[in-house]
Design a protein around this ligand. Structure first.
Ligand code: GLA
Length: 375
């Protein structure tokens, strides 16, 4: 692309991926989540190009790019372009101040690994355009418009967690976010002498998007049934185990299991916050194992590769807990590992995983980090 010659950015933005410590699939059920941004990110280099409506976006990581006209934004056949186009479409509903720009995107955030490269792409673009064109969008508006872009242009009916975490995180903290009121608190997290180690299964089953939307519908079916006995219930957030049991007979076993997972997972977020406050690291680990069990058996969004790695970690006394993190069907497992045992754990897991699946996993430490920022 021609604009790449002599490109001098006027603004560079870092937009991070995220992990979620606990609270999986609770966001679109209006419950609690506990995510944080990590140091892996997408960087955006922006420059206004002086035109009214011509824009160029190039991904250095994938060596591919495209041209677009701000007056003719429409869904593309190329998936990644839709994250960009969707955000531009949402911004255009709020302001007409965007003009032609050139942008280079570079990522060290593995895609399809459950670390929200999608939200990083959406929010980084929104954040950067907000700066260079002085759009006057608040952080929460950028979070919400990025989420809507994913619904309308990408087709995943995602909750708000990923975009929120990417933009609003603070280093050394996880965010306790109430997805109903959008009230949030930064909760300090200090796991010393343990570290958060991610094992990337390197699988992302392409069921993910359609199964994700199915889970959401199953939860809605559950709510509709529970509402017959409890008319005030608006989402699974309003349901406790007793109320769910009272409606068990009226639901299919699948819908019951989905609801049961969400009701317990939501409680686990608050239990995790207590465990962190009391520095009860053993409990932190136990909560993760319980959550993975539900992810695998009740919500059924795990896969043999993630299950294998979580089970493998249970044989190592230096690992306090593990679970698959993110939307599911692969991606990364999150492991709480004693700092003295990280090397041994990673090599043993790598070997066992290679023997079993013939895949070389990728392992890295993550630290709770700050949200989207100007570099
Ligand atoms: C994906 C979605 C989020 C959330 C998680 C599961 O990452 O984008 O909104 O639902 O899955 O917790």
């Amino acid at each position: 692309m021609q604009f790449l010659e002599n490109f001098k950015p006027e603004l560079v933005i870092s937009s991070p991926g995220r992990i979620n410590l606990i609270g999986e699939h609770t966001d679109y059920n209006m419950g609690y989540v506990l995510p944080t941004a990590i140091e892996k990110n997408i960087t955006f280099s922006f420059k206004k190009n002086g035109s009214e409506n011509q824009c160029h976006v190039y991904s250095k990581t994938y060596d591919t790019g495209f041209e677009l006209n701000l007056d003719k934004i429409a869904v593309s056949k190329v998936e990644w372009e839709n994250y960009i186009l969707g955000v531009l479409n949402e911004i255009s509903k709020r302001t007409d101040k965007v003009r032609g720009f050139d942008c280079i995107v570079e990522s060290n955030l593995p895609t399809g690994s459950g670390l929200s490269s999608s939200a990083a792409l959406e929010c980084g673009l929104a954040f950067g355009l907000n700066e260079i064109f002085d759009l006057g969008l608040s952080k929460i508006e950028m979070v919400q418009l990025s989420q809507t872009a994913e619904h309308t242009y990408v087709g995943t009916q995602c909750g708000i967690m990923d975009q929120f975490a990417s933009v609003m995180s603070e280093a050394g903290n996880v965010i306790l976010l109430d997805c109903r009121s959008l009230e949030y608190k930064h909760i300090p997290i200090d796991l010393h002498p343990y570290k958060i180690i991610l094992l990337n299964t390197k699988v992302s089953h392409n069921l993910a998007s359609s199964e994700y939307n199915t889970r959401k519908q199953e939860c809605e079916q559950g709510v509709a049934i529970i509402q017959k006995k409890y008319p005030n219930v608006k989402s699974l957030r309003d349901v406790d185990e007793e109320m769910l049991l009272a409606s068990k007979e009226d639901m299919s076993p699948t819908v019951y299991n989905r609801c049961s997972f969400i009701v317990k997972e939501n409680d686990r977020v608050l239990e995790m916050v207590d465990a962190l406050k009391q520095n009860n690291l053993k409990e932190v680990g136990q909560i993760l194992y319980k959550a993975h069990d539900g992810i695998s058996k009740e919500y059924e969004v795990s896969c043999p590769e993630s299950d294998f790695l979580v089970d493998f970690s249970k044989d190592n006394a230096q690992v306090l807990g593990a679970r698959q993190t993110g939307g599911g069907f692969g991606g990364c497992t999150l492991n709480i590992v004693h700092e003295s045992a990280v090397g041994d754990f990673v090599s043993a897991a790598t070997k066992a995983y290679k023997d079993k699946f013939d895949i070389t996993l990728e392992a890295f430490e993550v630290r709770p980090s700050g949200g989207t920022s100007i570099i």
